[in-house]
Each structure stands twice: as structure tokens, then as C-alpha cells.
Design a protein. Structure first.
Length: 226
């Protein structure tokens, strides 16, 4: 990607990314979205809300973090199926057929089912994740690439919420215990430190009951723009 393009992308994202504290609820689409190929013209769906495919474990965890959000410690992060919906100012004609990788399936429950919560004081981004049957790697278990994806997304979201637009430069993962499909896990990530443009994050994936440590990871993000 050329440096000029990166910088202009960074400017767009920096100007318009939906940050904590800004209105996040489903909003009416502008008229340029009224002939979409993929999504409803009425509202942009927020996928980080419970649906019928959520297991009791996922629902219980979600409720617990929602309670935490009432005290102001945690904030639920909305999730749309296209990056353009998170960024204001990108011409929809150029991007409306693109989908966010983790939200690219039409059927609920078969792929990445998740909701993220941000704790600003602790610089933590937590993702409650239920991997669906289409994410299979070894028989019955979650594909390592999908695990890398949800780690990148969670640590990346933490970096974005603290520092604005970023790109992943390095992702290091230790897979310790396989994640069975359908089992709910918690991806618990933190921005450890920021040095100039470099944002260092760490991450653990544990089972929903904290009994199993599935994965440990660290990721380096580079801030874009000036
Ligand atoms: C953009 C995000 C938008 C999100 C919007 C959605 C909203 C939803 C909300 C929230 C969810 C967000 C979730 C996002 C998660 C997904 C993110 C991805 O999948 S990103 C795709 C994969 N990554 C790439 O394709 C990068 C490819 N690489 C590059 O483009 C460049 O190499 C880049 C930008 C990383 C750095 O290039 P330079 O030219 O700007 O900067 P230089 O000078 O090379 O590096 C700056 C410093 O960083 C160090 N550095 C760079 N790369 C390093 C590395 N791999 N390891 C260690 N240090 C590195 C360098 O040594 C330098 O350090 P010294 O300032 O000299 O001390």
C-alpha cells in the first residue's frame, strides 16, 4: 500500500471512527445507501447483541459485562458488518460490497459470534466469543487462523479505541489448548504501553469459566497518520 494512500486512509479513519462516548445506536442510513446489495435500507444492524444462537454461557457473560457497563467501568462496543459503517466520510459507492471479515456470513451462529467490551481506565478490550461450526480446523475444534483473527480484532480494537487508526505490524501467538467449536471463551486484551507510533498489546484467551487457558498472544500495532 502506498504511503499516500495509507495517510489518506488514516485521515479518514481518524476523522470519523466511532469512538466511545459518541452515539453508537443503530442509525438511519444516508440516502446513498438506499440501493444496497447486502443490507437493509432501514437500519445498520448491530451484531454485538444477543441472538437466538447464543448459548447460555455467552448470554450470562454478556449480562455480566452489561451490568459492569451500568457502573461505567465497561462499555459495550457496537459491531457492524462493514468497516465503512464504523468510519464516516468513506464514499459508500467504493466500499459497499466489502464486508468485515468477522461478520461476513449471513446466518447467525455459524461463524464468529462475539461481543466486545472496553474498559478505558484499564486499557482493556474484552471479547466474548462463541466460535460456530463453520470455523472448524481440527475436527470439532476452532481453526488457528480464526483464533488469530479474533485476537487481531480484539487487540486491534483496543489499540484503535486508545490511539485512533492503526495497522497490525506483528502478531505472536502461543496456542496452548484447543478451543472446541461452540465453547464460549473470553479474549482478554490490554494495551501494555505506547512508544511513539508503536502500540504494544497483550492477550489471553480463557474458557468462559476461567478453568482453561487456551491461548496467549502479543500484538504490535503502528499508529497511522501524523
Ligand atoms: C486500519 C484499521 C481500521 C479499523 C477500522 C474498523 C473499525 C472497527 C473498530 C475496531 C476494530 C479494529 C480491528 C482492526 C484489526 C485488524 C487490523 C488488520 O488486520 S491490519 C492488516 C494487516 N496489517 C498490514 O497489512 C500491515 C502491513 N504493514 C504496513 O502497512 C506497514 O509496515 C506499517 C503501517 C505497519 C508500518 O509502516 P510505516 O512505514 O508506517 O512505519 P515504519 O517506519 O515501517 O515503522 C514504524 C515503527 O514501527 C516499527 N515496526 C514496524 N513494523 C514492525 C514489526 N513488524 N515489528 C517490530 N517493529 C516494527 C519500525 O521499526 C518503526 O520503529 P521506530 O519508529 O523506527 O522505532
Amino acid at each position: 500500500m502506498g504511503a499516500t494512500m495509507l495517510r489518506s486512509c488514516a485521515r479518514l479513519i481518524r476523522r470519523g471512527i466511532a469512538l466511545p462516548g459518541q452515539p453508537q445506536s443503530p442509525r438511519p442510513l444516508p440516502c446513498c445507501y438506499t440501493t444496497p446489495r447486502f443490507y437493509s435500507p432501514e437500519v445498520i444492524r448491530d451484531y454485538a447483541m444477543p441472538n437466538a444462537t447464543w448459548s447460555k454461557n455467552l448470554q450470562d457473560l454478556y449480562n455480566r459485562y452489561m451490568e459492569g457497563s451500568q457502573s461505567g467501568a465497561w462499555e459495550r462496543i457496537p459491531s457492524y458488518n462493514a468497516t465503512v459503517h464504523h468510519i464516516k466520510g468513506v464514499p459508500p459507492s467504493r466500499t459497499r460490497e466489502n464486508r468485515l471479515f468477522t461478520r461476513n456470513l449471513d446466518q447467525d451462529g455459524v461463524g464468529f459470534e462475539y461481543s466486545m467490551f472496553y474498559n478505558k481506565a484499564e486499557r482493556r478490550m474484552v471479547c466474548l466469543f462463541q466460535p460456530g461450526p463453520y470455523l472448524e480446523g481440527p475436527p470439532g475444534f476452532t481453526h488457528g487462523g480464526c483464533i488469530a483473527t479474533i485476537i487481531d480484532s480484539t487487540t486491534g480494537a483496543g489499540a484503535v479505541y486508545l490511539c485512533g487508526s492503526v495497522m497490525t505490524a506483528n502478531l505472536t501467538i502461543n496456542y496452548k489448548n484447543p478451543i472446541p467449536l461452540g465453547h464460549v471463551v473470553i479474549i482478554d486484551s490490554k494495551v501494555e504501553r505506547v512508544e511513539g507510533r508503536k502500540v504494544y498489546t497483550s492477550c489471553q484467551i480463557r474458557s468462559h469459566d476461567d478453568a482453561v487457558l487456551h491461548t496467549e498472544a502479543s500484538a504490535l500495532f503502528i499508529k497511522l497518520g501524523p
